[in-house]
Structure formats: structure tokens, C-alpha cells
Design a protein. Structure first.
Length: 114
């Protein structure tokens, strides 16, 4: 029996056990039992009863092309990147009013800063 998918996405295993994805509007030729099961679940309709179904393209999410620069602290100096050396972090700490000599490691200093 030939059916037309009405659901957005349907996945099933092929004869070799691989997962195959099908989309709205795809025509599948399945055994009657499986085809009737999908029709009863409103996943598909009989090909003879199918209106013209067009696939609706999914919107592609916009991905930033670059990582943002340092995040400014409320009208203060730019926060250095975590990859910057200790001297840069010491200068930033002094600029925001924190004494960097109180911290043994750069990680402790970074954690203490606003």
C-alpha cells in the first residue's frame, strides 16, 4: 500500500536495520498492516486520499560567526579573556577596585572579580 506522510518527521528501520528518516509529503510503499497502522495514527494518509502536501522548510538558526569580545563591566574597563596572563588580570582587578595581591592564583583572582 502506498501512503503519503502527513507528519513532520517519521523514522523507521530499513531492511538492513538502519534508521531512515522521512519527511512530510514523502510517499512510502509499505505492507498493508504497517501502512494502515500509520494511517490510524494520523502519521500518513492513503496516497489516493492525499492532498498535495509540500514540505515546510525548517528555519535555520543563526549562529554567531565569532565569539564575542570581552564583556564590559558596568561602565568600567573590559574584562580580560580567561586566557590572558596574570598581569592583565592584576591590572583589571586594580581598575575595578580589588587588590590582586590577596590571591595566590589567577583562577582565584578571576573568581573573586565582578
Amino acid at each position: 500500500m502506498r501512503i503519503v506522510l502527513t507528519s513532520k518527521l517519521f523514522q523507521r528501520r530499513d531492511d538492513q536495520g538502519r534508521l531512515v528518516g522521512h519527511h512530510r509529503g514523502d510517499v512510502l510503499d509499505l505492507d498493508d498492516e504497517e501502512a494502515l497502522r500509520l494511517v490510524s495514527l494520523d502519521i500518513a494518509v492513503d496516497e489516493a486520499d492525499a492532498p498535495t502536501i509540500t514540505a515546510t522548510p525548517e528555519p535555520v538558526p543563526q549562529v554567531p560567526t565569532a565569539e564575542p569580545e570581552a564583556t564590559p563591566v558596568a561602565d568600567g574597563p573590559d574584562r580580560p579573556s580567561p586566557a590572558m596572563n596574570r598581569e592583565k588580570w592584576d591590572a583589571y582587578a586594580r581598575a575595578v577596585g580589588v587588590d590582586p595581591s590577596k590571591f595566590k592564583t589567577k583562577q582565584e583572582l578571576i573568581a573573586a572579580l565582578p
